[in-house]
Design a protein around this ligand. Structure first.
Ligand code: GDP
Ligand code: IMO
Ligand code: MG
Length: 405
């Protein structure tokens, strides 16, 4: 069985969690392959909201196995807290949750560097230690998950790494160092809780694929935050585009035949960096307020703007998107006109095409034909412009409030 990849195509928070949860009902496995607990994926089921940071969004479906691939950078403290919270809500993890032994770990010293550095550089990171952890991975000095089970070598490995971090913290950022022994102690305390989950994920995915299991890969962040293809340096530190799957899980690209690109019906961005279609007027206020645009991880207000089809044109190519899912269409209700960026002028100003909005509530719509004509026109234009069909339309945060097109 060929696998499905679900990616956010903008600056994150497109509604990946909601869509992955909805599609997981028919999946055997859901796998995260990049990012870390900088992600915040919101699931709303029976009016109850759950925000997942590291656990794949298939976890609410008891028969779905959830996997964390090697490309994820792992804060063990954060992971264990998330597991405990879900267990408290009655969700089982035994025999249905696995983590790659090759994941690079996020230590407290990574978080300290991230926070100190962002004060100077102003990327507006989530402060979770993501960038510094990926730096160490690429520099071949990470502590990996499998290392915490090697009791004879762990203390010296941690000491060496934390000493290095302390030099950076003290010399470059003039902040207090951390204690390596405390960090080792914490890892040793976490070790037993994690042991049942640690596995060779690449092998597991290969075997599962051969057995015909239905696998979903769940992206975190969005394509415009990709380390290579995003608005560098205002990006995250992982490959958020389709290429991240192979690197971050070991699952070959040819085994994926369906790539669902999720776009919000407009655009949001948390943190700093260019945002050509950003709005500072009443329409922007409308999107922020009606869309409840506050970050699921940091609570920061998300910047809002019009949909940028020109930017998406490249992104759907890079990701080999086979179908689109559009979320938060309901948030546009009430706006008189909707603008969509279709090109840029010579001085890089967005060129817009305007559409007439709609005033009627669309939250209970269950088919394209039930949408107001103006909403249909808006969606049809997106499909035509990008040359890819919109197969899923989401009109509310609840699991059920999305329909196939
Ligand atoms: P993710 O990071 O891509 O999973 O997205 P987030 O969970 O960070 O942010 C998306 C927010 O929009 C969450 O609060 C969702 O509950 C909500 N949401 C998702 N789809 C829809 C939709 O179609 N309409 C509305 N109104 N809210 C939605
Ligand atoms: P989900 O998976 C939105 C942004 C941060 C910052 C930049 C770098 O919920 O869509 P980092 O901490 O990763 O080094 O921060 O990336 N960012 C996100 N924005 N949604 C996310 O995840 C994000 N994860 C990181 O705000 O601008
Ligand atoms: Mg999010």
């Amino acid at each position: 069985m060929s696998a499905t990849l679900i990616l956010g195509l903008q600056w994150g928070d497109e509604g990946k969690g909601k869509i992955v949860d909805a599609l997981s009902k028919d999946a055997d496995i859901v796998c995260r392959f990049q990012g870390g607990h900088n992600a915040g994926h919101t699931l709303k089921v029976n009016n109850e909201k759950k925000v997942l940071h590291l656990i794949p969004s298939g976890i609410l479906h008891p028969k779905t196995v959830c996997i964390i691939g090697n490309g994820v950078v792992l804060s063990l403290g954060s992971l264990l807290k998330e597991i405990a919270n879900l267990q408290e809500a009655g969700i089982k993890f035994t025999d249905r949750f696995y983590i790659s032994k090759n994941c690079s770990l996020i230590l407290d010293s990574h978080v300290a560097i991230d926070l100190a550095r962002d004060k100077q550089e102003g990327i507006g990171t989530t402060g979770r230690g993501i960038g510094p952890a990926y730096e160490d991975k690429v520099a071949r000095r990470s502590i990996r998950l499998e290392d915490i089970f090697e009791l004879s070598t762990l203390p010296s490995k941690v000491e060496k790494l934390v000493n290095y971090h302390n030099t950076v913290l003290q010399e470059v950022y003039k902040v207090n160092p951390l204690n390596a022994e405390n960090i080792t102690k914490e890892l040793l305390q976490q070790k037993d809780l994690l042991e049942p989950f640690v596995t060779d994920v690449t092998e597991f995915l290969k075997e599962s694929h051969i057995q015909g299991k239905r696998i979903i890969f769940e992206g975190a962040q969005g394509s415009m935050l990709d380390i290579d293809h995003g608005s560098y340096p205002y990006v995250t530190s992982s490959s958020t585009t389709a290429g991240g799957v192979v690197a971050g899980s070991g699952f070959g690209a040819q085994h994926i035949s369906r790539t669902i690109g999720i776009i919000k019906a407009y655009c949001t961005r948390v943190g700093s960096g260019p945002f050509p279609t950003e709005l500072f007027d009443d329409a922007g206020e409308h999107l922020a307020k009606v869309g409840n645009e506050f970050g699921s991880t940091t609570g920061r207000k998300r910047r809002c703007g019009w949909l940028d089809l020109k930017a998406l044109e490249q992104i759907v190519f890079t990701n080999s998107v086979t179908e689109l899912c559009i979320t938060k269409l309901d948030v546009l209700t009430g706006l008189k006109t909707l603008d969509v960026c279709v090109d840029y002028s010579n001085d890089n100003q967005p060129i817009y095409k305007s559409f007439t909005g709609w005033q009627q509530n669309i939250e209970s719509c269950k088919a394209f034909s039930e949408l107001p004509k103006t909403a249909q026109d808006y969606l049809s234009f997106i499909e035509e412009f990008l040359g890819i069909p919109i197969k899923i339309i989401s009109v509310g945060p609840e699991r059920e409030s999305a329909f196939l097109n």
